[in-house]
Structure formats: C-alpha cells, structure tokens
Design a protein around this ligand. Structure first.
Ligand SMILES: Cc1ncc(COP(=O)(O)O)c(C=O)c1O
Length: 345
C-alpha cells in the first residue's frame, strides 16, 4: 500500500503514549490550511487563512483529543469511559470508544443538536439527556460515578490526555507555516482545550528549538449568549464567573464556566491577545457569508471566529499586514439547523 498522508501521530514522540500499537485511529490526517482570497480582500486581510478541522473523523477537532484520550485509556487497561459534552465531543468519544472496544457513557444537555445524539447512539454509546447545560450534565454524571468507580472520566481537562491530542493543532500549524507562526490565531472557545493545547505546543516547540519566542496573538471568541471568558477579559480578571442562562446556536461554546478558565485567560493575556463576543445573528449571517463567498460551509463556532475579524480590525487589535489563522472547528454539515430551507411553491 502507498504511504498515507501525514497524520497527528507523526508527533507520536510528543504524545504521552508508550506504544504505537495502542493508538486508536480513525484517520486523523493533517487538516488543510485554506486561503480566503475573497473575504480577505473584502475586509482587508490579504494573509487570512482557515485551518479546517471539520475534515477530521466525526467532523470536528474533538477527534484529536478523544483519539488521544481513548488510545491512552486503552493502553492503561480502561474498559469504560464517561463524558459530559456540549455535542461534538460526544460523537467523537462514542466513535473512538467503539473503535477501541470500550463502553462509553455520555451525558448531554437535552437540547443538544440531534446529530450529536444520533452519532453517539449509532456507535453504541449509552446516552443520557439531562435538563440544563453541560454543567448540569456533568453533575448528573458525577452522581452516577459514585456507584460506577470503573468509569474513566474524560471530561474536559479533568484528565491530561485530551489536551495532549489537541496540542497537535499547534505542532501541525507550525509545520504548515514552516515554523514561522502566524501573527494571530483566532479560536472559538468553550472549555478552552483547543487554545490551551496550542499554547502548550508553542512552549514545547520553543524548548525543542523548533521556533523562537514569538507567539501569535491568541484571540478567544465566544457568543454573546455565553461569554464568561470575554467578561473576565474585559474586567482584566484572572478567572471567570459562571454565566447564567447560557444559550447559543454555537452549541460548542455553551460552557458557562470553563474548568481551566484561568489557563485560557493566561494565554490570552501573555500573547497580547483578546477575547471577543459575537451576537447570535452575526454568527448565523457569517455561516452564510463564508459559504457564499468562499464555498466553505463552516460551523457556527467557526463563524463566530470569522465574525470577530471585523471587530478586531475596527479596534486596531489586528492590522492588514498580519497573517491571521482562523480555526473552523467543525463541519457546517453537522449543524443543519443553522440554515433554513428555501422552498419554492
Ligand atoms: C465545534 C466546536 N468548536 C469549538 C468548541 C470549543 O472548544 P474548547 O472546548 O476546546 O474551547 C467546541 C466544543 O464543544 C466545539 O464543538
């Protein structure tokens, strides 16, 4: 067979897994970096690019963290995993658990997009829907864990391995940018592992002598319907407060209180970055804009990140000379509810 294109496992020596045969993989190839000539010219960012994480298995960047966490769980002899999720992490944990022959216990808010429930169930996971948001789902899971001590908890940042998988975004983009990091990285933030993982990768690569001390400005983007990190940033606080009544169409951003909020904020402050909130209408409009102008059907979380660009330019936080990398964290096709059908009579 011919050699496969590079995958996240190219960075195996940087990952906390002992033996290659323990890797549980569904084909986590390098995700492409796509130029955006039309949008870039229109808003005045000629060096605008998008890293398309929607092309990973299960259609989102959550595949990276769960490929790693499930591989490690298997290596450690774990038989059952449990996770509360806003949606995409559920689908990814169900898929990797099925691949590894593990049982997955998944706890989701009852209004999670239907596709995430279906993709979990089709892979044979045990799914429980919980009234409320991801914090309520986590509470329910923790109640049940008391009587199920053999469940290995893979909640965001409560075990070290998902972060390790996600940090590979940082390694990958560095290689793709030939070890001259972009000036700005824009990332939609919920629990924060994406942003924190990349920040860790940059430090590791500096220690390895692969890059210098220059860091991209890290821009954390949230929805106005759930913006605890943005609020904390505006108040120059070190951590965030629980966001009451969290609601957004960008379901991955509905995290009222990130467990590692202080680490997200630390990366934002240290990189001279910013945290920006985007209104719901603007998120939906941006999904349509990217599709019409560039042929890219992105997820609402990615759309929030793109919508942030105009605000950042207006406020002088980025300039037209900057090379800007925006993350689209999932495929738009996972969010059919964002687009209304146009039916002609
Ligand atoms: C599509 C998508 N984008 C972004 C996020 C937020 O990612 P993180 O929790 O790493 O901040 C999520 C989380 O569920 C997601 O599903």
């Amino acid at each position: 067979m011919q050699q496969q294109p590079p995958s996240m496992w190219k960075f195996f020596p940087m990952l906390p897994i002992e033996r290659e045969e323990h890797i549980v993989s569904l084909g986590e190839q390098f995700t492409p970096i796509v130029p955006l000539p039309t949008l870039g010219a229109e808003i005045g960012l000629p060096l605008l690019r998008m890293k398309d994480e929607g092309q990973l298995p299960t259609g989102s960047f959550k595949a990276r963290g769960l490929a790693m966490a499930v591989s490690k769980a298997k290596e450690l002899g774990v038989k059952k995993i449990c996770i509360p999720s806003a949606g995409n992490a559920a689908g990814a944990s169900a898929a990797y658990a099925a691949r590894a022959g593990l049982e997955a216990y998944i706890f989701l808010p009852e209004d999670t997009p239907e596709i995430n429930i279906k993709e979990s169930q089709v892979c044979g996971a045990h799914v429980e829907l919980v009234k409320g948001n991801i914090s309520d789902a986590a509470k329910r899971m923790n109640q049940l864990r008391n009587s199920n001590p053999d469940w290995f908890d893979v909640s965001t940042l409560k075990e070290p391995y998902r972060l390790e998988g996600k940090k590979i975004m940082g390694y990958e983009l560095a290689e793709q940018y030939e070890y001259e990091l972009p000036d700005v990285v824009v990332y939609p933030t919920g629990g924060g592992t994406g942003l924190i993982g990349m920040w860790k990768a940059f430090d590791e690569m500096e220690q390895l002598g692969w890059i210098g001390s220059k860091r991209p400005k890290m821009i954390s983007v949230q929805s106005s319907g759930c913006a605890p990190i943005v609020k904390a940033f505006k108040e120059r606080k070190a951590d965030s407060q629980f966001w009451e009544g969290a609601a957004t169409i960008a379901s991955g951003l509905r995290v009222p209180k990130a467990f590692a909020d202080y680490m997200i904020l630390d990366a934002v402050y240290k990189s001279n970055g910013a945290a920006v909130e985007i209104g719901e209408d603007e998120i939906v409009a941006t999904v349509h804009e990217l599709a019409r102008k560039e042929g890219l059907f992105i997820c609402p979380e990615g759309a929030a990140a793109f919508a942030a660009l105009r605000h950042l330019l207006t406020e002088g936080l980025i300039t037209e000379e900057d090379s800007v990398l925006v993350f689209n964290t999932a495929a738009g096709t996972k969010y059919p509810e964002v687009v209304q059908l146009k039916i002609k009579n």
